[in-house]
Design a binder for this molecule. Structure first.
Ligand SMILES: O=C(O)CCC(=O)C(=O)O
Length: 325
């Protein structure tokens, strides 16, 4: 069983586009999907926990999205003043900024020593890429599971978890992390297409720079206020998905659809010259990406962690997979 799960994680061939393969993978991960039984019942979904699940299933269903994406966010904040006031005035200001712009920055959250400790973890892994990277060969998936340092200092850092849980209005649960040796060069996207929830918006991310990010090494870019754009879901673009397949070029289709949406908006692309120890926290539907690396081979060590809330249904919209915790 473990072997099969491992093969599935690594496998990139054409079978990966078959929905039936995902159903088998779901069955192999039965234990990790059990929590969905109660959730499907709670939200009135008549579905097997092993079956494909995507955004179309929730069309037209009543829901209460995460408070930061609701029109009554100001009232929510008012009603949670006690908890809000427990944060320092500086963090309170950042929370207001998050509501308005979809992200916040904790400048210098880590000191040089902490940054060096986390960077060392990445450097040690870089000597064993074959064993420790995902199919791109450039990223270490779930680095927090391998490294107690990353887990304690970053992914499960109590201060970060406290802030994320407040921004979600429910307890934040780490779902996955990625260690980067270099910039992702990923086109503009919202993480929500990879990690969707019902009700909407119960996903959040924290990203930390472990060295200076510049034009040369693929700094992050983002679009302030983009979390207010309508969410592009799998059924909004021609994804090539059908009953059997998840679609051949589904992700590129998504990126193209998003690019067209951005071109019609007046949102401004902003580059972020992050410094070591800076942490960026972004909303479920905040649009961002990695700039091209202008100096090939230049490192941009960094880590990102993604979190879901407890008590919501989590899934991958493109492949219609339930999230496996
Ligand atoms: O680090 C990067 O270059 C991009 C990270 C990202 O897009 C993500 O984690 O969603």
């Amino acid at each position: 069983m473990r072997e099969l799960r491992y093969i599935f994680k690594k496998y990139t061939g054409s079978l990966r586009n078959m929905k039936a393969v995902y159903v088998i993978n779901n069955i192999l991960n039965a234990k990790k999907l059990q929590h969905n039984k109660a959730l499907y019942q709670k939200y009135g979904l008549k579905k097997s926990i092993f079956a494909p699940i995507g955004s179309h299933v929730f069309q037209g269903m009543e829901q209460e999205p995460v408070w930061t994406m609701r029109d009554d966010a100001a009232q929510w904040l008012q009603a949670h003043q006690e908890e809000f006031q427990s944060f320092s005035p500086d963090i309170q200001e950042k929370i207001r900024h998050f509501l308005e712009d979809g992200y916040l920055v904790l400048e210098g959250f880590y000191d040089n020593q902490e940054v060096a400790q986390m960077r060392k973890v990445l450097d040690e892994r870089s000597t064993n890429l074959e064993q420790h990277t995902n199919y791109t060969g450039k990223k270490i998936p779930d680095i927090h599971k391998e490294s107690p340092i990353i887990r304690k200092q970053f992914t499960e850092n109590p201060k970060i978890l406290e802030l994320l849980s407040f921004l979600l209005g429910k307890k934040a649960i780490p779902f996955q992390s990625i260690g980067f040796f270099e910039g992702s060069e990923q086109r503009a996207h919202s993480d929500y297409i990879h990690m969707s929830t019902f009700p909407d918006g119960y996903l959040i991310a924290a990203w930390v720079a472990l060295e200076p990010c510049t034009e040369e090494n693929g700094q992050l870019f983002y679009y302030p206020k983009s979390h207010k754009l309508p969410i592009i879901r799998k059924f909004h673009y021609d994804s090539g998905i059908n009953f059997w397949r998840t679609g051949q070029t589904d992700y590129v289709d998504y990126e193209n659809a998003l690019e067209a949406q951005l071109a019609q908006s007046d949102l401004k692309k902003t580059y972020w010259p992050a410094q070591p120890g800076d942490v960026l926290i972004w909303n479920a539907h905040f649009i961002h990406g990695g700039s091209p690396i202008l100096k090939k081979g230049k490192s941009r060590r960094s880590i990102v962690s993604h979190y879901f809330s407890e008590d919501v249904i989590c899934y991958h919209d493109i492949t219609q997979r339930p999230a496996i915790f």
